[in-house]
Design a protein around this ligand. Structure first.
Ligand SMILES: Nc1ncnc2c1ncn2[C@@H]1O[C@H](COP(=O)(O)OP(=O)(O)O)[C@@H](O)[C@H]1O
Ligand SMILES: [Mg+2]
Length: 220
């Protein structure tokens, strides 16, 4: 199985070599866990990439990205990145536009941030499941490696917000805040990765002005 570098310092080893090429990874976690930073860092490789936001304003994302030394506007001008923002309903129409953007810049990496925003507009989880499958098909057809972001509500032990996202992904990475002696520690775990002997440990990770880095040692 071919792997591509995640771009996250320390993560590829934990993943057993990197992110599966053309795979769809679910990135789940609480609010403030660093999912958006993680997703942008994944797009900072040499591969052209598309970032689809269903929540945050693009100008806000462009501004905060500067804190990590990422010049999105420059990359956008060079057609290395496309930043797209949509209201989270009518996904069918959205996917057609996303696909056009992928083709225009020959994107290899795509991020959807986040499907929680899609799910709250749906009547039942099966609808979200169907939509993620649709995203999955279109991304595979275009030979893209994809990160789908989902939220986990505070206190929930689930892997995703609606409980269906993990079943239609090739892999699941969970970012958590774990309370330890009066402070919250950041913890990352790979909870699923089809056909890969990945780390089963809980790893600490850190966010700094260089982005996210993951420690090889086990969380204590
Ligand atoms: N330079 C930094 N140093 C340390 N922590 C940071 C830094 N920048 C952001 N963070 C942390 O990252 C969080 C925001 O990350 P973000 O990717 O927007 O989270 P999410 O998308 O999961 O809600 C902040 O709440 C803060 O805890
Ligand atoms: Mg976010």
């Amino acid at each position: 199985m071919k792997k591509i570098p995640s771009g996250i310092h320390g993560l590829d080893k934990i993943l057993g070599g990197g992110i599966p090429d053309r795979g769809v990874m679910l990135l789940s976690g609480n609010c403030g866990a660093g999912k958006t930073i993680f997703s942008l860092q994944f797009l900072m490789s040499d591969d052209p990439g598309v970032y689809v936001s269903f929540e945050e304003e693009l100008d806000e994302i462009r501004e905060t990205s500067k804190l990590y030394g990422w010049d999105l506007e420059k990359l956008e001008k060079e057609n290395k990145i496309r930043m797209l923002k949509y209201d989270p309903f009518r996904l069918e129409d959205i996917l057609e536009v996303v696909e056009n953007n992928i083709r225009e810049i020959k994107a290899k990496r795509v991020v959807f941030d986040s499907v929680a925003a899609l799910g709250v507009h749906m009547k039942e989880p099966s609808e979200l499941r169907r939509m993620i499958l649709q995203i999955n098909n279109i991304m595979k057809k275009n030979k893209c490696t994809t990160i789908i972001v989902s939220e986990i509500l505070p206190g929930s032990k689930a892997l995703s917000r609606f409980g269906v996202e993990e079943f239609v992904s090739d892999g699941v990475i969970v970012l958590e805040n774990v309370e330890k002696r009066g402070e919250f520690k950041r913890a990352l775990a790979v909870r699923k990765l089809r056909g890969v002997n990945h780390s089963r440990a809980i790893h600490t990770y850190n966010i700094s002005n260089k982005g996210i880095s993951v420690s090889q040692s086990t969380f204590r």
